[in-house]
Design a protein. Sequence first.
Length: 117
Amino acid sequence: MKFPSILKIPEHKKFKMPNRYYDPIKEDIQNRTELIKAELDRKKSLDPDLSDYHSRIEGAFSQKSYYKESKSGMLRFTLMVLLAAGAIGYLYLGNVVIYIFIGLLVLIYFLRKREIL
């Protein structure tokens, strides 16, 4: 439902371009490749070895992504705890906590560089 208006708002312009070129050979090739892909998919569904191979690959990738997420989650949690402890320590002790905090960050950086942490 359109509300009446004092101002006239211009309509958007539609871009229409007719097809200029038609390549029957390219269309024929696309149709043939679609038929071949459909036939291969039917063969894969009949052959249990190929479907098992596909599921094993999917499982390998999903396990690896789970491992990376848990490691990054732990790092994020550690950084949040360090920031909170630094803020609370700064309120109680002052600038000394900033130097300790910078020292811990440097230590964590070098431990991560050597892949210990």
